[in-house]
Design a protein around this ligand. Structure first.
Ligand code: HEC
Ligand code: HEC
Length: 373
């Protein structure tokens, strides 16, 4: 089987190209505005040690970008099999109609109380379905507690969300509809609206053979999210034997990633995540970690532990970490050089790493290669 057969004839590269084009065309203003916003909210609100317990925060002032971005994804949107993530696609079996229904719902503010916020408001296509803001604006300007992650390759994950509170994608996709600070509609009201409006009753009937219900809504949304896949980066091609696909700097970065940096100990597998939870110290204040995974397991060792994020498409998904506290990949590498943030439950695997400035820049080059296609 040739590469292009495995990649489904380059449809994925087409999606990535569309994202890159969106990012460079006219959206630069949005990115700058997002950074200014993040810097502002950082200065105004010191990070609470336990965000779940804190009062919800609201953004002040009008939003300066469209609340719901337009669906500019390629049409037809073909889900391609791509190098490096094959296991994901083997189990994926949504029809084109189901995928199209999920796609429409994803961009539709009908799922929010005041019809102002859609999934795509926080998971923006031009930022690899993440947000360029430190935290996102939900309904009526409420700020999310955490940084919105990219939705690429979510079909690979078993436990979702930064602390793993959702066991499956089907469970997760209805949560923002219920969340009073995100979409604030509620499942029953969502089903009610979709049973009456916008051609949805007919569309659900055509796909699922029945009226709109919670299960069908969860399936439609998760079918779309599962279809957002990305692979076939130069790193995948290098590992597949095409040694010319990485520059000398990127290749040196790969050896540091696997060698002295020990990044692979947690960032491994097709998505560069072990799917486990670790305390790196992000968000810890005066040696006290955030709640993290402890919220779910109530096991002491899980205090301040968050799920290892995947590392694909990082160039599009700044800022980084569960609280969006690190603005650049240089900052992230510096964070690891210093051995994370000390706290009572820091992972034993997080220790200062001896890297020269050239090593650090090679490691960043390697991470960026995971966003190239
Ligand atoms: C107001 C902003 C906002 C909206 C609207 C929103 N999300 Fe999210 N989403 C987030 C944030 C923030 C997180 C991370 C929350 C956490 O881990 O505690 C997240 C996490 C997720 C995850 C888990 C990702 C991972 O890596 O574990 C999925 C999947 C997801 N959202 C899908 C959706 C879908 C589908 C919708 C629409 C029904 C939606 N989101 C609406 C902000 C939003
Ligand atoms: C002990 C496991 C572990 C090791 C070792 C590790 N990481 Fe991480 N990494 C994590 C966890 C957990 C997070 C999320 C931390 C948080 O937000 O609380 C993370 C976050 C990141 C992020 C941010 C991604 C995003 O989308 O926000 C990057 C980039 C990253 N790590 C790169 C690296 C590099 C490079 C190395 C090696 C120098 C490394 N990691 C070593 C567990 C680890």
């Amino acid at each position: 089987m040739t590469h292009s057969e495995r990649r489904g004839g380059g449809a994925l590269a087409c999606l990535a190209a569309a994202l890159c084009a969106a990012a460079s065309l006219g959206l630069a203003g949005a990115a700058q505005e997002g950074q200014a916003f993040a810097a502002q909210s950082l200065a105004a609100e010191p990070q609470a040690a336990e965000p779940q317990a804190a009062e919800p925060q609201r953004a002040t002032g009008p939003d300066t970008r469209p609340l719901v971005p337009a669906d500019t994804l390629p049409t037809p949107f073909v889900r391609a099999v791509s190098l490096g993530v094959e296991p994901l696609e083997e189990g994926f079996s949504a029809s084109e109609e189901e995928f199209a229904l999920g796609r429409r719902l994803f961009f539709d503010p009908i799922l929010s109380g005041r019809r102002t916020v859609a999934c795509a408001s926080c998971h923006r296509p031009e930022f690899a379905f993440a947000d360029n803001r430190q935290t996102s604006r939900g309904i009526e300007g409420y700020l999310t507690r955490r940084n919105a992650p990219s939705l690429f390759n979510k079909g690979l994950d078993t436990e979702l969300l930064w602390d793993g509170r959702a066991a499956t994608l089907e469970d997760q996709v209805l949560m923002p509809i219920e969340n009073p600070e995100e979409m604030a509609l509620g499942k029953a009201a969502a089903i009610n609206r979709l049973s009456q409006e916008g051609g949805y009753p007919e569309a659900f009937k055509a796909v699922y053979g029945r009226e709109v219900d919670e299960e069908a809504l969860a399936h439609a949304l998760s079918a779309f999210v599962r279809g957002l896949t990305v692979g076939d980066s130069p790193v995948d091609r290098f590992r597949d034997g095409d040694v010319a696909s990485l520059s000398p700097e990127e290749e040196a970065g790969l050896w540091l990633y696997e060698g002295r940096g020990r990044c692979w100990e947690c960032h491994n597998g097709p998505n560069f995540s072990d799917g486990q939870f670790h305390n790196t110290g992000v968000g810890a204040v005066d040696g006290v970690p955030e709640v993290g995974r402890f919220l779910v397991t109530e096991a002491d060792e899980d205090r301040g532990a968050f799920r290892t994020p995947g590392l694909r498409m990082l160039e599009q998904t700044a800022p980084y970490m569960h609280d969006g506290s690190l603005a650049t990949l240089e900052d992230v590498v510096q964070f690891y050089r210093e051995g994370g943030t000390p706290n009572s439950h820091l992972s034993a695997r997080i220790k200062p790493i001896r890297l020269s400035d050239q090593d650090a820049s090679n490691l960043v080059a390697f991470l960026k290669a995971l966003s190239r296609h």
